[in-house]
Design a protein around this ligand. Structure first.
Ligand code: MEV
Length: 430
């Protein structure tokens, strides 16, 4: 269990070294382990050279901590790896607001992944379907043999389904509980093991054998219920709640808006996926395919107003597929990814999916709350100003001072930041 409450007031005001110390105190992770894991962006070029091909270096991104998360009654400090200013601050702020309504609740399906085995030029589709279904038990046993270590841990193939895609084409789905793994390698192994048998049974030609990233039996759901007073901007309770609900309706009605709405959700999810060494392309592919599953691209999270004995509430709910692992893959070689899991005290892949989903719902709330009231640019630009100050060469305390000045002057450019920095560095004449 974490020793912290995930609330570290004023965390952003400390130096980087101080933040390592505070993180260590709050998580009981030794400070030198934190410092070592994060040094140089987590991996050295020699390790990188063993992960992918033709390596010439590494490419680091900021590793920050989103605070204030309370999920199913447990506090979480949430590591986020992201280049966009304001994402971490916005998620932390939304999580603080959600906490006033008791925090997030989340549920997750077992880690079921599907592989697809395609056959085509099938001479007789009804007979082919019948044969595959009749052989289901034998096929599942064969599949289990190909992934014995997983079966020994309690996972493995659970179900098989046949889908007819065209007059000559069949696809067989084999569903597998991948436990704490993302599962791509596991289900790809099964697909290749069963392929020839499926081709024989269907008398067709063997096509593709690969996982599906639309893992709709591996859904995660996150919810929150917030008192209107907690979410209100400038004390405007009804206007803020109505604004967010109408922003949700906008996304439900319009795919153009839904795409941006979902981008705001992925602003919270992808940084957790990346911080933990997971495959964000797989997550993105699954998320958007799920959003479009009805034939109409829709938002992954919606917001509603409800009336209760305690007054007006804003309720948010998110549902989406999320295939995340906490074993194997990048985690084996990336100390910063392992550190991210340790900071959250994650012990199952499902738990990680729940945290990522709540980060997504928090980011969505933060974006809609700003968009429905004062607009996104005010908060965004003041954080953007910090990055401009850095680009202009500001260091330490200068960063905030330069950022404040260029924000006040409403001229957030590198040139202006350089001018302000020069003024700041001039020795005082007194
Ligand atoms: C920017 O990264 C994300 C937003 O566009 C999301 C949204 O519009 O809901 C602000």
């Amino acid at each position: 269990m974490p020793v912290h409450e995930a609330r570290i007031p004023g965390f952003h005001k400390h130096s980087l070294t101080e933040r390592h110390r505070i993180l260590s105190e709050n998580t009981s992770i030794p400070i030198d382990e934190i410092t070592r894991a994060l040094h140089g962006g987590g991996i050295d070029p020699e390790t990188a050279d063993k992960i992918v091909e033709n390596v010439v270096g590494t490419y680091a991104l900021p590793f920050g901590l989103a605070l204030n998360f309370l999920i199913n009654g447990t506090p979480y400090i949430v590591p986020m790896v992201v280049e966009e200013p304001s994402v971490i601050a916005a998620a932390s702020n939304a999580a603080r607001i959600v906490r006033e309504g008791g925090g997030f609740s989340a549920t997750v399906d077992p880690s079921i992944m599907a592989c697809q085995i395609q056959t085509y030029d099938v001479p007789n589709i009804p007979i082919a379907v019948e044969r595959v279904l009749a052989a289901k038990r034998m096929l599942l046993e064969h599949a289990a043999k190909s992934v014995e270590p997983l079966v020994a841990l309690g996972g493995g193939p659970t179900d098989l389904e046949v889908r007819v895609l065209a007059a000559d084409m069949i696809v067989v789905h084999v569903y597998t509980d991948c436990l704490d793994a993302m599962g791509a390698n596991t289900v790809n192994t099964i697909a290749e093991a069963l392929g020839p048998e499926i081709a024989r049974l269907t008398e067709g030609r063997l096509g593709l054998r690969i996982l599906s990233n639309l893992c709709d039996r591996r859904l995660v759901r996150a919810r929150c219920r917030i008192p209107a007073a907690a979410v209100a901007v400038s004390g405007q309770e009804q206007q803020t709640v109505d604004g967010i609900v109408n922003a949700s309706r906008f996304a439900e009605l319009d795919p153009y808006r839904a795409a941006t709405h979902n981008k705001g959700i992925m602003n919270g999810i992808d940084p957790v996926v990346i911080a933990t060494g997971n495959d964000w392309r797989a997550v993105e592919a699954g998320a958007h395919a799920y959003a479009a599953r009805s034939g109409h691209y829709a938002p992954l999270a919606v917001w509603r107003k409800t009336q209760t004995d305690e007054g007006t509430m804003l309720e948010g709910s998110l549902e989406m597929p999320l295939s995340l692992g906490i074993v194997g893959g990048t985690l084996r070689v990336h100390p910063a990814a392992r550190l991210a899991l340790k900071i959250m005290d994650i012990s199952t892949a499902g738990q990680l999916a729940q945290v990522a989903a709540c980060a997504g719902l928090a980011s969505n709330l933060a974006a809609l709350r700003a968009l429905a009231t004062e607009g996104i640019q005010r908060g965004h630009m003041s954080l953007h100003a910090r990055s401009v100050a850095l680009q202009a060469g500001a260091i330490d305390d200068e960063v905030q001072q330069v950022a404040n000045r260029i924000s006040e002057d409403r001229l957030i450019t590198v040139e202006h930041a350089q001018t302000v920095l020069q003024e700041l560095r001039k020795p005082s004449s007194s």
